[in-house]
Design a protein around this ligand. Structure first.
Ligand code: CA
Length: 304
């Protein structure tokens, strides 16, 4: 006899449910229980406005840039809890947009004319031109919860997540967010087919798509900044207008965790991180800059 597993219902959130800032005043587009599986359909960071290389970004309505889909209210999430978001799948469209924009990014002061490439994605590669192709690494640029105070534009990262532009946020990983308001109010968007650390010209391969996640509320533990778990590592993530401060905050967060979980002194935890931890850059082009500090799960098997 074949016992058929009960199909898990997936709630779909259409990309018509758009926000341009993460804010606790935003009305929820759906209310779900802890443990729910949700598929967020997402527009690209240009709100799907770039339709040809010729037109480029000349006619862009910049007020529509950096949308996120949501927010979703997760029942039981209270201030001080942790929202666990398991990224089960990321699906991306067939084409993505890459751009050079005057005065944007690390080299923007030398960009005299804007330029847009609409790139085809086939067989697991982004085709930059007829000779150069890059393996796809579908990742989420914007994902987060409502911040504690005033709303924060989706184009900015902070302790609530937001535009972290972290290429490690891929399918199979899990994010942990501090909960700053009842229901947490999860939203996401801004997928990239590929992006290098730093995102030096301000765009990855910007692309529409969808993300399937499972959300769970964790009680009894608070965090101040997002944490990412991959198969092999934990990463503490921090954003600040000064990159060195972002690196310091992410390092200090990991050090606190290591002291608590491994029972080490401050000096010991620091020495361990100096020997085995990695201070890394997520992005250096958004309103705040984002760093992540990685430590192998061989050393730190679990945080939660
Ligand atoms: Ca972004």
């Amino acid at each position: 006899m074949i016992i058929q597993k009960e199909l898990i219902h997936v709630l779909k959130i259409s990309k018509e449910n758009k926000i341009y800032q993460m804010c606790k005043e935003n009305p929820a587009v759906a209310v779900v229980e802890s443990g729910a599986v949700i598929a967020f359909e997402t527009s690209d960071a240009f709100n799907d406005q770039v339709i040809s290389e010729e037109q480029g970004i000349a006619k862009l309505d910049w007020d529509q840039v950096n949308p996120a889909t949501g927010p979703v209210y997760v029942e039981g999430a209270k201030v001080g809890d942790v929202l666990k978001v398991q990224i089960q799948a990321i699906n991306i469209a067939d084409t993505g947009v890459l751009a050079a924009i005057p005065d944007a990014g690390l080299l923007g002061d030398q960009v005299t004319e804007p330029e847009v490439k609409i790139l085809n994605i086939t067989d697991g590669y982004v085709h930059f031109n007829s000779e150069i192709k890059v393996p796809v690494n579908p990742m989420i640029g914007v994902i987060g919860v409502a911040p504690a105070g005033e709303g924060i534009p989706c184009g900015a990262p902070d302790s609530h997540g937001g535009n972290m532009d972290n290429k490690k946020i891929v399918a199979g990983t899990t994010l942990y967010f501090p909960v700053f308001t009842e229901g947490a109010m999860l939203a996401m968007g801004d997928l990239h087919a590929a992006m290098g650390d730093g995102e030096i010209m301000v765009t990855g391969v910007e692309i529409a798509g969808s993300v399937k996640v499972q959300v769970d509320v964790l009680k009894g533990r608070s965090i101040a900044h997002p944490i990412l778990e991959t198969n092999s590592h934990y990463y503490t993530i921090a954003s600040h207008k000064d990159l060195l401060e972002a690196v310091k905050i992410s390092t200090a967060e990991m050090q606190k965790i290591v002291m608590e979980k491994l029972g080490l002194s401050f000096n010991e935890a620091g020495m361990l991180l100096s020997m085995a931890g990695d201070a890394e850059i997520a992005q250096v082009v958004d309103p705040l800059l984002t760093a992540r500090f990685g430590l192998s799960k061989d050393i730190l098997p679990e945080i939660f």
